[in-house]
Design a protein around this ligand. Structure first.
Ligand code: NAD
Length: 385
């Protein structure tokens, strides 16, 4: 079984879907591994390290994909007209491709038409057995860390209280909005740096988690928010009335903050706006807002996705895209392990190939296409009436 790893070509993508550590493990499973030259460099991994792990370093996309039975990607391959290389058309029919594959009906139809067995890892069910394969969690965790580091870099004071002979500098007030995987890591990181940390979320379970990390809980709760959590652990969309009440609580708190980190997402929808232009206007000059939800449209009304802006009242708003890509070495290491765990879980040792039982909950959750057809329950074309 030949396993191919491509260089990522989408804008600002710095990660790579395999590391020398996972390459060695794939070889131990009986694979040969081809990695496109330069694929690991933005993550700090030179070709020589892959070669030392036993991979064949290949010169271009075509040579990498030639004969591949498995293709590992961070993000969806480029198609016709999307870049200098049409990666999609070079993927052998029947190959299993895993990554964050843009699980839209259009993309699924394209994968099916090309005979690619596409597994969209972002759709992995949130069950205990799948935790170690969960790319959303592993990448969100590092985004939360990186957001705080980025805020600390842009902040013109310090996080901790600094007592010096020349006097005292007070600790920074840090407010984390959304206390899921990214937000909890942001809380922990901001605490480690010495900030005075508070946080909010709408899921009742998050309140206890915020407190257990030593942060203060600030928020609005109602009968409605008691039911907000889905079986998968995500937050549902709430009513306009709820958001208005939540905004009142937040507005009073935000005016006193030095750093705000926003991480709130609602599954399958645009990110909710939690910080309005008026709230930003109420903040002190020099305050920093980091919007990790920028890839989903942002939690801050003034966020410009991909940009670092300074408002007229001197508030810095950092809305970079692809937060895990800003800490590429660690993100690649965890993403690569997530993919390795998925494949080893469904590995047929005798055939030395993946075996994906269609009835398995994880397989059902992830696979977009099988045998040239769209099979995912949320994307398969409706049966003709
Ligand atoms: P997410 O990235 O979808 O959202 C981030 C956070 O934003 C969530 O905590 C959500 O409640 C919050 N949010 C949404 N609307 C908000 C609003 N208006 N105001 C404030 N906060 C708002 O979520 P996530 O971080 O991926 O995960 C959420 C939960 O799922 C966590 O409890 C996590 O532990 C759980 N989880 C379970 C598994 C598993 O069992 N395998 C895996 C991953 C995550």
């Amino acid at each position: 079984m030949r396993l191919a790893v491509l260089k990522e070509r989408r804008p600002a993508e710095t990660r790579v879907a395999a590391t020398p550590e996972t390459v060695k493990k794939f070889i131990a499973l009986g694979c040969t591994v081809a990695i496109e030259s330069g694929a690991g460099l933005p993550s700090g991994i030179p070709d020589a390290e892959y070669a030392a792990a036993g991979a064949e370093v290949t010169p271009d996309v075509a040579a990498t994909l030639n004969g591949a039975g498995i293709v590992l990607k961070i993000r969806a391959p480029l198609g016709t007209g999307e870049g200098a290389v049409d990666e999609l058309s070079l993927i052998p029919r029947g190959a299993l491709m895993l990554g964050q594959l843009q699980a839209t009906p259009e993309m699924a139809a394209t994968y099916a038409q090309l005979g690619i067995e596409a597994g969209a890892m972002e759709l992995l069910p949130r069950i205990t057995r799948a935790q170690s394969m969960d790319i959303l969690s592993s990448q969100a965790n590092l985004s939360g860390y990186r957001a705080v580091i980025e805020a600390a870099g842009a902040f013109d004071r310090g996080f901790p209280m600094l007592m010096t002979a020349a006097g005292t500098i007070s600790a920074a007030n840090v407010f984390v909005m959304g206390a899921g995987v990214a937000g909890l890591q942001a809380i922990a990181t901001a605490r480690r740096l010495g900030g005075r940390v508070s946080a909010t979320d709408v899921r009742p379970a998050a309140k206890e988690e915020i407190k257990s990390l030593g942060a203060a809980y600030v928020g609005y709760e109602s009968e409605e928010s008691k039911q907000v959590q889905t079986a998968g652990g995500y937050a549902k969309q709430l009513s306009a009335e709820f958001y208005a009440e939540q905004a009142k609580v937040v507005a009073a708190h935000i005016a006193k903050q030095d750093i705000v980190i926003t991480t709130a997402l609602v599954q399958g929808r645009k990110a909710p706006i939690l910080v309005t232009a008026e709230m930003v206007a109420s903040m002190k000059p020099g305050s920093v807002i980091v919007d990790i939800a920028s890839d989903a449209g942002g939690n801050v009304a003034l966020t410009q996705p991909g940009q670092f802006i300074t408002t007229d009242n001197g508030v810095k708003i950092i809305g970079f895209n692809n937060w895990p890509g800003r800490i590429a070495g660690a993100s690649s290491a965890l993403f690569a392990r997530n993919l390795l765990t998925f494949l080893t879980t469904f590995w047929d040792k005798e055939a030395k190939a993946p075996k994906l039982p269609p009835e398995d909950e994880i397989v059902k959750g992830v696979m977009l296409t099988t045998g040239g057809a769209v099979v995912h329950p949320s994307l398969a074309p409706a049966k003709a009436a």
